[in-house]
Design a protein around this ligand. Sequence first.
Ligand code: UDP
Length: 239
Amino acid sequence: DEHTTTFKRVLLKISGEALMGDQGYGLHPPTVERIAREVQSVQEMGVEICMVIGGGNIFRGLAGSAQGMERTTADYMGMLATVMNALAMQSALEGLGVYTRVISAIRMDEVAEPYIRRRAVRHLEKKRVCIFAAGTGNPYFTTDTAATLRANEMACEAIFKGTKVDGVYDKDPMQHPDAVRYDEVSYDDCLAKHLKVMDASAIALARDNNLPIIVFSLDEPGGFRGILAGKGTYTKVHG
Ligand code: UDP
């Protein structure tokens, strides 16, 4: 198989918006299924997969607070939005025959497992895809930070951040045709140049634990599998 990989355990981070397709809001089941197939094809390589999905397609705490809501309440609403996205992804993966667990940072036992680190590790060892929901469980954080936290706790070798573009650019490539993509960039440069990779707390947490972040395009069919096999274009953020 030309698609072999050296990775054993990874975390895939996607934004909630990746699940809304061409709609301006919410979930687009065919898009969820398309991403589920990308995950399935990586699982078939024998890679253990963690997932963190954002909630921005449904609700963001900052948006709520800008409209007068109390910030922490708005953040909890954002965390609940990530649970809905996680359930949608679980449904799509199970439809493909991929075993999954949704593991929530906020207890809701009828809906998802509570987060217990050793138990989550065991699921990964049994090749179940672990979808970590409700972010970190704390307001004032983001799902990027949750992804970095869980990737560290689960001893993932890297975070794969699936986006609309194939890496990190010096300026927004959607608006500037002359934007240049970095093959590699350091954590410190990401922070100093305010590059749009992840928020600063997430990058600092990755840096402090030497966890590489690989930014790639999720719009490219077979892209996730290809990147794991070292093919295609991407940006690697590391020390
Ligand atoms: N959130 C939070 N704590 C966390 C993770 C998320 O309070 O640990 C809230 C926050 O309000 C955020 C929302 O959940 O705006 C959705 O997450 P995020 O913005 O990271 O989603 P994405 O932009 O990746 O879709």
